[in-house]
Design a protein around this ligand. Structure first.
Ligand SMILES: Nc1ncnc2c1ncn2[C@@H]1O[C@H](COP(=O)(O)OP(=O)(O)O)[C@@H](O)[C@H]1O
Ligand SMILES: O=P(O)(O)O[C@H]1O[C@H](CO)[C@@H](O[C@H]2O[C@H](CO)[C@@H](O)[C@H](O)[C@H]2O)[C@H](O)[C@H]1O
Length: 446
């Protein structure tokens, strides 16, 4: 155990710790789904914060620097032991070959039920551990001793499910400040919005800068996410328009609640021009990393014109920011919306700004197309029917109809497809053809 290591091997400090961890982390980090610096050499690792939650369990924020622009700060919970038990072998990161942990095995402690239980216990009893702060809503009862399990599946973060009652999302790539995935569901919960599971407890670090680290919320036990449902419908040839219509209604409801809770902002002509130029900048930056975009540049730039010319009308407001079929859960015959983090690669200040609600609609419309592309043969008509039903559902609940803003929707779909091209190139290169098919369609004005 680390206790033995620290007692017998001298002081553990951020600097000495790095001597032990540098080698193992250099090798392990780039293999993690949530690591943004894949493919770029790590020029430096630094320990931003280190808290020993209990002997053998270290909470760390690690900054990684690269030759490119993809520096990042990551949250890790590490276990350190001489010989981790067999059920933790899959979580082993490596053996430290120098420094105070020399000879000890380091593993991802989120896979260790003992550490997971410790986190839950901390969340149940608000307080501090070093710079870490644990808080809760004060109303929801969280029983002790719930059995933890790590949720598997494609995720940008890591989630632990406790006794099928609660889910704790541990943010992996950290940006300093309040994460909208705590701020928004909390505000919506206080307002009584039943479409969004409200945070029950959360933890953050006082240093650096009030940064959200994890959120516990009720686990919707028999839920299926929209992506899985859409793929099932495609596989069986089932219609998905009723669900799409309902999803449009749910999106509109969440938008209305967001507009109630957070002060809206009115778009102005200058704001539109700034936004159009930001979209162009993003397109150009992405094309430097995804050369397949280059032949489409002129047509894509032109699609953003309408954003620049946008007249005051539909007010900007807080939105979801990364809405797609994987962010909605179907449980008890209704849709719930989760994961209000926004697009993880964007700066947090930008994600917390008011934006056009059409951005979310475009995200979901793209998602129907994604699903239709994930199955062979590619079924564009299926996607088209879902897209239509989704917009109709949205219009039935909202004061405006997205179908009446076709050009604006197209501009946002284009921006979203550009984001997706970069996301796929970085995280799942095999998927790149999916957003590229949309780029081709959008560039042709179809
Ligand atoms: N409240 C919940 N109830 C049930 N499952 C959930 C809940 N919140 C998240 N999940 C599951 O966890 C997955 C990942 O959650 P999400 O917040 O999207 O994390 P990430 O940002 O890491 O992708 C979801 O796709 C869903 O399957
Ligand atoms: O991890 P998050 O859910 O926060 O979102 C990121 O990863 C998503 C993939 O898991 C990615 O979504 C893209 O693929 C989805 C299918 O896997 C599809 O439903 C979405 O429409 C498509 O954008 C998302 O863009 C990214 O931010």
């Amino acid at each position: 155990m680390l206790e033995t290591a620290t007692q017998s091997r001298g002081d553990l400090s951020p600097t000495t710790l790095l001597t032990s961890l540098d080698g193992v982390l250099q090798e392990w980090l780039p293999r993690q789904r949530w690591f943004a610096g894949k493919g770029l050499p790590i020029t430096e690792l630094a320990v931003v914060s280190m808290t020993e939650l209990q002997p053998g369990c270290l909470h760390l924020l690690i900054r990684s620097r690269h030759t490119g622009e993809r520096d990042g700060c990551y949250q890790l919970l590490l276990g350190v032991e001489e010989d981790p038990p067999p059920h933790l072998q899959h979580a082993v990161i490596g053996r430290a070959d120098a420094g105070p942990l020399q000879g000890l095995t380091v593993y991802d402690a989120l896979h260790d039920p003992r550490s997971a239980a410790l986190l839950l216990e901390r969340l149940r009893t608000p307080g501090a551990a070093g710079p870490l702060r644990f808080e809760r809503d004060g109303q929801t009862e969280v029983p002790p001793g719930l059995t933890p399990r790590v949720l598997d599946g494609e995720q940008s973060n890591t989630s632990l499910v406790y006794g099928d009652l609660f889910i704790l999302k541990i943010f992996r790539r950290i940006q300093y400040g309040t994460n909208p995935d705590l701020e928004v569901p909390r505000a919506l919960g206080l307002e009584g919005c039943a479409r969004v599971p409200a945070p029950v407890a959360w933890f953050w670090t006082a240093e650096p800068r009030g940064t959200t680290l994890g959120v516990l919320q009720p686990f919707l036990r028999d839920a299926t996410d929209g992506w899985t449902m859409a793929l099932q419908a495609l596989a069986t040839g089932d219609d998905f328009t009723d669900e799409s219509f309902e999803l449009g209604r749910a999106t509109a409801e969440v938008h209305l609640a967001l507009a109630e809770v957070f002060a809206p902002g009115l778009p102005d002509r200058q704001g539109g021009r700034r936004l159009a130029s930001a979209m162009i900048t993003r397109l150009e930056a992405t094309a430097r990393q995804v050369p397949a975009l280059v032949p489409y540049m002129a047509q894509l730039r032109a699609a953003y014109g309408v954003v620049g010319a946008r007249v005051p009308g539909q007010p900007d407001q807080r939105i979801h920011g990364d809405l797609h079929l994987g962010q909605v859960l179907w449980a008890g015959h209704r849709w719930y919306v989760i994961d209000f983090e926004g697009e993880p690669s964007r700066p947090i200040a930008e994600r917390r700004r008011t934006q056009a609600p059409v951005r979310d609609i475009a995200g979901m419309l793209r998602s129907f197309e994604y699903a239709a592309h994930a199955r062979r043969p590619w079924q564009p008509q299926w996607a088209q029917r879902c897209r239509e039903a989704y917009c109709a559902g949205y219009a039935s609940e909202s004061a405006w109809d997205p179908r009446k803003q076709g050009a604006l929707l197209r501009a946002y779909e284009t921006d979203r497809a550009v984001y997706e091209a970069l996301y796929e190139a970085r995280h799942r290169p095999d998927w790149l053809p999916v957003p590229m098919a949309a780029i081709d369609r959008l560039a042709k004005g179809i």
